[in-house]
Design a binder for this molecule. Structure first.
Ligand SMILES: O=P(O)(O)OC[C@H]1O[C@H](OP(=O)(O)OP(=O)(O)O)[C@H](O)[C@@H]1O
Ligand code: HPA
Length: 187
């Protein structure tokens, strides 16, 4: 057995809960209602952005009572050796479907600087996609958005400019399963 790093336990012990499970679930209900209103007739492919998008995608799709296909893509911010993120995107899995003329729904956990969603939108447009809709659980509030032209259509919650985890978002690979949205203790 490999021991759980002490830091991983500590970060949860010290974290601040920004949104409780019931607040997040209500936000997901609201996203689902909005999507149902606008996309029910559009025969979309729903793409979960791995890894972070998987929790929201799973929670969301059972609330969408209309025909859709479910798939995934994996675009991730390239990490330097010191674990800081570069603006460059590493593609690990492109969409495998023919996107020509299709309506798609991109589902991700967080819209932070927006480099990830920017690269995804650019790729899908180059593939001839029809309409692109974007759903995110959290929109982090700051003025460092890399692609102000890309604004998610469905946003669950706005959060302050802190490192957050839970509901798909990780802290060093852990706590994507946390049942709420937590901010890492500062200072
Ligand atoms: O708006 P941005 O600044 O581009 O950041 C948001 C992206 O960063 C995280 O993914 P990450 O590349 O860390 O991989 P993960 O989904 O596996 O956590 C998150 O899941 C988003 O996809
Ligand atoms: O605050 C964050 N938490 C987890 N993953 C992230 N990816 C971009 N921002 C964040």
């Amino acid at each position: 057995m490999v021991a759980i790093p002490a830091e991983i336990q500590q970060v949860m012990r010290e974290a601040e809960c920004l949104f409780s499970e019931s607040q997040v679930e209500r936000a997901i209900d609201n996203i689902a209602a909005d999507i149902s209103e606008t996309m029910a007739e559009k025969n979309p492919i729903v793409f979960s952005v791995m890894n972070g998008g998987m929790v929201l995608t799973g929670k969301l799709v059972t609330k969408l009572g209309f025909p859709l296909e479910i798939s995934y893509l994996h675009a991730t911010r390239f990490r330097h050796d010191n674990n800081t993120k570069s603006p460059d995107i590493e593609w690990r899995a492109h969409p495998q479907q023919n996107l020509k003329g299709r309506t798609i729904l991109i589902v991700d956990d967080i819209y932070d600087e927006g480099a990830t969603l920017g690269a995804i939108v650019d790729h899908c447009k180059a593939e001839g996609v029809g309409e692109i809709h974007i759903a995110v659980l959290v929109d982090k509030q700051h003025d460092r958005k890399a692609r102000p032209d890309i604004i998610p259509d469905y946003i669950g919650l706005q959060c302050e400019d802190r490192f957050v985890f839970g509901y798909g978002m990780d802290y060093k690979g852990y706590w994507r399963n946390a049942p709420g949205i937590y901010a890492v203790k500062e200072g």
